[in-house]
Design a protein around this ligand. Structure first.
Ligand SMILES: [Zn+2]
Length: 1037
């Protein structure tokens, strides 16, 4: 770090010399110096980052060496004693190659919380790895003609250095990438474990197929018109045999688990609601609609599931999904139908179009009842409608336009001339029948259209109608789940190969354990030549193998696993990441699982968290995680979701076009100007994207302002779970805060060593001692003469200050109390925010406020030079500074470490710890350290501050009291704080006495005249009302 030895420092030296010659006290001199002091020492924050990162890395290596040392005494104390474990994990990144601000946000939050817990004494595991399989690498490989493995490794290297630049404290020893064979070997093991337990099966399923590239496309690779993102060709829907995981077997457990996760806000409400909705349990009835065909064909009944059997009289059509067997059957001979089906992939999900099936009609099962009204007896049209999803229910719905929103809009779109039948109304007399243009979706009473059920409530009618259907064989009570089984096979290269061998004789055979991992074969030619299709299909020497069961010729499965499979268990690997024999040992799992705190974006609220819960619940049923059942197999005790980061976006007010940064003149940041037009651009905050030119490179930001400032800014700008609007101009506030504190420490640190070693003790004992002296003076105790005599300011002789002593001492004492009380309340609030509410933005503001209190306390000496001789301020600023730095350390690690180094009287680096220990042992008085000295130790070896119990004791000795007479404010006086044990009449009397003892109280509250007006006499008040222990007092006279 560079120090500029400027005029101010030189002036300080001159003053010190001058002070000596004048014979004044050092303190007086330093006051003069302080008055002239300006921030002059160069604080280079990015340089601090580099300096401390290097030292931390060295410390880490030394520690690692000591861990293996046979000498027990060389081990760190924390390695000798067993501390409580805590596992804090941020969702691991996909190695896209660039760390973006969203990453930086989540990793900052996670690092801050991990560092905090470490300082609290926990044995924290804070690992990181790479979610390294997936489509982007394969796309990049196709575009650039390079192996996805090469591309991925480059990206990991780059992102790792970016992550290291953020001053994060990561367990790099545990790092892995899911694309390493040493990792995916165990993903394959887990697959086989699931297979053995019967949770894996193969079934036909519809996929998006690109006939040119001969590849299966993910939904996001198909544009809104149904064309392939790359080949531009119309995407086909094909049935393909795929692998599934039977997640549905766990649906009840997955649903039940949500109850426990909602306790004490452990998981965000929103995430729980989304999971519950995704699992989607609903109860109702399964109802059969017979099909009548007019062309001699026969069709089986259409089965639908409905949550509203009470609306059965209002069914006006039946709609089928394109995959329904009746539709698929008819399409073989109906070209027009087939043409319609071909358009479906291109339709938006809320499309209202429908295709009416000719020659077939459905019958309402109630049509067979004599009492059913004629309208319900009529046969029903059958539509094919894209809004009916094959993954919900049975790919068929009963259309009730009167009482369902989607059915209503479908009906209006396709049959707008036909009336909507209303079979439910709010009240039994139908006086409040729903509006004609909207369906009535609530429960209510059945109308006259429901025949014998008219007037009955939804609940009554539901029971009776379902009972009737059951008796006639047309239906039964049922429940459905929205959750489908998990399709895990991908017809792509860059994923974990599915460890299955297909044999004509034996069928699908699992690859034996000792042959794992099934490694991805290199297919360089494929990327270089830009071939179409899944390269594994053409890796003949890899595909063709022998059957592990019969030894005959067989073929490997060419599908790879969905990357969600990798991320559904990676967190279990970290505790035992080097284990070659098993995914992890039962001991490691018992010791570290579940994860105590899991942090990530809310976009993973459903799938990732649900899949991870499923796999974890499965693992808890195996010997892999013996204690898993205790936690119901839940993998994450607590989840914290962070909001997105939005970038400042400039648009041209005339054209609405997004503006690049070089198109806006930002010389005056408060008044940006569009360079070409001279107009003020529109400013908004939007999701960062290349097309909006609003992206921010966190690497540049950290290099410019320092990682600590960037971290604190991220935390300060928004609560963790809310959107962060990134405004770089506001970062200056953080820099200013750190500079002020740094300067304060620079100014004071020279005094701290001698003073703290002279005074000794901790602030609490100091207060008790001072309190005793104060009370002694109160009783008339005489102080020793030598303390009552002070050198004159001009250096000529001494003045007797006995008379002024008490007053000034009291003044100083109040200032010290104020500061230490601020320290105590900050410790309390900040600890709560770090550990319970995760309100990290308020921590920054609390610490800024404490910094101000600290600096104000320092300035008090300047304002009241007379009082300073009795002061203990340096002692308190020293201790307050140390507490402040420890509270800041998790957020601004390098800065706090540097300041800790500056503030500690012992300078690590000048002597090694060992040498210092030896010197101390031989000549214990040579080195004088303040009590609780932490010679040469990192701030991160300090325990996080705890309150010392002085907060109550340090209550200010006076309080402001608003005096009201007959409800109107008359005056505000400063009175002593009421003793805590006073209550009722005693308190009343005490407060009144103190009020009238004040000068203002005497004049304006004890009767007589004031400027010709009558003055009330509160001593004669009829009633006295005391609010908040005397903060407000109302006299009724
Ligand atoms: Zn075989």
């Amino acid at each position: 770090m560079k120090r500029t030895f400027c005029t101010c420092v030189r002036r300080r030296i001159v003053w010190l010399e001058l002070g000596k010659s004048l014979g004044g006290s050092q303190r007086q001199i330093s006051i003069l110096v302080n008055r002239n002091y300006k921030a002059s020492l160069d604080l280079n924050l990015p340089a601090l980052d580099r300096k401390w990162r290097l030292r931390w890395e060295r410390q880490r290596l030394q520690r690692a060496l000591r861990r293996f040392s046979p000498l027990w005494t060389l081990k760190e104390p924390e390695e000798r004693e067993s501390r409580e474990k805590m596992y804090i994990l941020p969702m691991f990144p996909y190695p896209s190659g660039d760390l973006h601000l969203g990453h930086l946000r989540v990793y900052t939050i996670s690092d801050v919380l991990a560092r905090f817990r470490r300082m609290q004494g926990y044995d924290v595991m804070h690992p990181i790895g790479w979610d390294a399989f997936g489509l982007p690498a394969e796309n990049a490989a196709i575009e650039r003609g390079i192996d996805p493995a090469t591309w991925t490794k480059q990206n990991i290297k780059k992102m790792k250095s970016q992550l290291q630049a953020m001053n994060g404290f990561w367990d790099w020893d545990r790092e892995f990438a899911t694309c390493d064979p040493s990792f995916y070997k165990h993903t394959q093991r887990l697959f086989l474990l699931l297979h053995k337990a019967g949770f894996v099966y193969q079934a036909e399923s519809v996929v998006n197929y690109d006939p040119v590239d001969k590849t299966v496309l993910a939904n996001e690779q198909v544009d809104v018109n149904g064309f392939s993102w790359r080949s531009g060709i119309k995407v086909e829907q094909r049935m393909l045999k795929q692998w599934f995981l039977r997640i549905s077997e766990f649906r009840q457990e997955l649903l039940d688990g949500l109850k426990d996760l909602s306790k004490d806000g452990a998981w965000p409400e929103r995430v729980l609601a989304m999971q519950k909705n995704w699992i989607g349990k609903s109860s109702g009835a399964r109802i059969k609609f017979p099909v009548v065909a007019y062309d001699q064909q026969t069709h089986s009944d259409i089965e639908v599931f409905t949550t509203r059997p009470d609306t059965l009289f209002g069914v006006q059509y039946v709609a089928l999904a394109s995959t329904h067997p009746i539709v698929q059957g008819l399409a073989k001979t109906d070209a027009e139908l087939q043409a319609f089906l071909d358009t479906i992939p291109a339709l938006p999900p809320d499309s209202k179009v429908g295709y009416i099936l000719p020659h077939v009609r459905a019958l309402n099962p109630l049509a067979y009842e004599a009492s059913t009204p004629d309208a319900t007896k009529a046969s029903l049209p059958i539509y094919v409608a894209p809004y009916v999803l094959d993954d919900y229910g049975d790919g068929a719905v009963m259309g009730v336009p009167g009482h369902d929103i989607r059915d209503h809009s479908f009906w209006k779109h396709n049959r707008h001339h036909d009336p909507v039948r209303v079979v439910i109304s709010q009240s039994p007399d139908e006086a409040t029948t729903a509006l004609s243009n909207e369906p009535f979706v609530n429960h209510g009473h059945l109308t006259e259209h429901s025949g014998p059920y008219a007037g009955q409530t939804t609940a009554e009618a539901t029971t009776k109608i379902v009972a009737l259907l059951e008796s006639k064989g047309f239906g039964s009570k049922a429940e459905t789940w929205r959750l489908r089984d998990w399709l895990i096979s991908r017809q792509r290269y860059w994923g974990t190969p599915i460890p299955i061998i297909h044999c004509d004789e034996c069928g699908p055979v699992p690859v034996p354990e000792d042959q794992l991992p099934v490694e991805l074969p290199p297919v360089e030619g494929h990327w270089g030549e830009g071939k179409a299709g899944n390269p594994l299909d053409h890796a003949h020497s890899w595909v063709n193998t022998s059957c592990p069961s019969c030894g005959g010729a067989a073929k490997r499965d060419t599908d790879t696993l969905d990357t969600f499979v990798d991320s559904s268990w990676y967190f279990m690997r970290f505790p035992d990441s080097k284990n070659e024999e098993a995914p992890f040992s039962p001991e490691a799992a018992n010791a570290s699982l579940p994860v105590d705190l899991y942090i990530g974006g809310v976009e993973h609220a459903i799938l990732h968290l649900l899949y991870a819960r499923f796999i974890s619940k499965f693992v808890a049923t195996t010997p892999l995680w013996p204690n898993g059942r205790k936690f119901a197999g839940e993998p994450f005790k607590q989840v914290l979701t962070q909001g997105m980061v939005h970038g400042k976006t400039y648009t041209d007010p005339a054209s609405g076009r997004f503006l690049k940064s070089e198109e806006v003149d930002l010389t005056d940041p408060t008044n940006p100007v569009v360079i070409t037009s001279g107009e003020r651009p529109n400013i908004s905050y939007e999701k960062m994207s290349k097309s909006k030119y609003n992206g921010v490179d966190p690497g540049i930001c950290m290099a410019k302002y320092g990682a600590d400032v960037t971290r604190a800014h991220i935390l300060f700008q928004a609560p963790v779970s809310e959107v962060l609007e990134w405004d770089e101009e506001k970062i200056a506030g953080i820099t200013r805060w750190l500079r002020r504190l740094y300067d304060f420490i620079q100014q004071n640190q020279k005094d701290w060593g001698p003073i703290t070693s002279m005074m000794g003790g901790m602030p609490k004992s100091r207060f008790i001692a001072t309190q005793e002296v104060m009370e002694g003076l109160e009783r008339g105790m005489k102080l020793p003469n030598m303390r009552a005599a002070r050198p004159r300011r001009d250096g000529k002789g001494f003045v007797d200050v006995t008379g002024r002593m008490k007053e000034n001492q009291l003044k100083c004492f109040e200032e010290d109390k104020k500061l230490w009380r601020a320290v105590q309340s900050t410790i309390k609030n900040v600890t709560e925010s770090y550990s319970k509410t995760y309100s990290l933005n308020t921590i920054v503001s609390d610490l800024m406020a404490l910094t101000n209190a600290l600096i104000d306390h320092g300035n008090f000496a300047i304002k009241d030079a007379e009082a300073q001789d009795w002061r203990t301020d340096k002692f308190f600023t020293y201790h307050a500074t140390l507490e402040l730095l420890k509270m800041m350390a998790p957020m601004t690690p390098a800065f706090a470490e540097e300041c800790w180094y500056l503030a500690s009287p012992f300078r690590p680096g000048t002597l090694t710890v060992t040498l210092a220990n030896i010197v101390n042992r031989i000549r214990p008085r040579t080195l004088v350290y303040p009590e609780n000295d932490q010679r040469g130790k990192s701030i991160f070896d300090q325990p996080f501050p705890t309150t010392d119990g002085t907060f109550e004791m340090l209550a200010p000795s006076t309080q402001t009291c608003a005096v009201q007479v007959n409800g109107r404010l008359r005056l505000v006086v400063e009175i002593p704080a009421a003793p805590a044990d006073l209550k009722g009449e005693e308190l009343e009397k005490w407060v009144v006495d103190k009020i009238v003892a004040t000068e203002e109280g005497k004049q304006r509250l004890l009767g007589g005249q004031e400027k010709g007006n009558h003055v009330p006499d509160i001593k004669k008040a009829k009633k006295v009302i005391i609010v908040k222990g005397g903060k407000t007092v109302n006299f009724v006279v």
